[in-house]
Design a protein around this ligand. Sequence first.
Ligand code: AHM
Ligand code: MG
Length: 337
Amino acid sequence: MAQTGTTLTQYLAEQSRSRDDLGSDFLGLMGDVATACKRLSDLVRRGELAGVLGAAGQENVQGEEQKKLDIIANEVFIESMESSGHLAGIASEEMDEHYPIPEQYSRGRYLLAFDPLDGSSNIDVNGSTGTIFSITRHDSAQAPKDSDFLQRGRSQVCAGYCLYSSASMLILTIGDGVVGFTLESSIGEFILSHPNMTVPKATSEYAINSAYTRHWLAPEKRYIEECNQGDTGPRGRNFNMRWAGSMVGDIHRILCRGGVFLYPMDAKLQAAGKSGKLRLMYEANPMGWLMEQAGGMAHTGTESILDIEPSDLHQRVPVIMGSSEEVQRVIDYHKEA
Ligand code: AHM
Ligand code: MG
């Protein structure tokens, strides 16, 4: 196991020595990801003083109101990554189609899909936010098409997020467990602080937006009702609830101490013709791989998230992930329903 105190650069260089599939271009790419996260962390930390709070006065392709920082975060990432020659294309929650690497720069063999600022409703109240990213390969010298991004979650090369909270942390997996780095701002380096993040099988903590109780479908309704009955109900123990309003914040807590996160399909989403709320390519897939690598599970209720064959860059999916005993229980309730 890597030693706490090593830098992100040292950790990745060490991994790359024993992995033929992770060469210098991958190390360069991850250096760019880290730079973008540090730039964003600085902006988030300065908040109103950096003039980044508030609404942008426009909507993204998915009809969601954009915050100023959604747009800035998207630009910061593109600026930090487009010219280094590691990427062939970038897909983002904030862009309808993917962004091709401009002609004047050389084109690399990786694709980046990302949510520039997840939980952006938290920005103006100084709550936790984050950037979620998913890296896949592009084994062609040709410019990628949108369809080249549509790879199953199991094809990811690297997945992770940067959490902007009381400390900024970069959490990632390259398929060898989950590691966490804390930004040491005095030297501008991500330092390994959480060398082996694991999710316990059992938990007594769930995360769901309970304002949607009336819209829930039978399996989730049954699951949450049983949790809420506590030690007088069928579960025989008391449960606790947390909801950060930012998937990054909720998933980070689960990677630290266990829990189950649910943003399931519900009647309101169905009526709106939506297949879920959270997006597969840059939310559910990267978080799902982190969960599995940490020993947890990631599911829709009917299929494993990482096995979904994607059909659209902005595809939405139901999400149930975290401690395996609880995720399995919700899956069982789906089977019984
Ligand atoms: P965003 O990427 O536009 O910020 O939306 C995703 C967020 C998640 O971070 C969070 O879990 C969820 O939306 C909260 O949704 P709701 O406001 O319906 O509870
Ligand atoms: Mg998001």
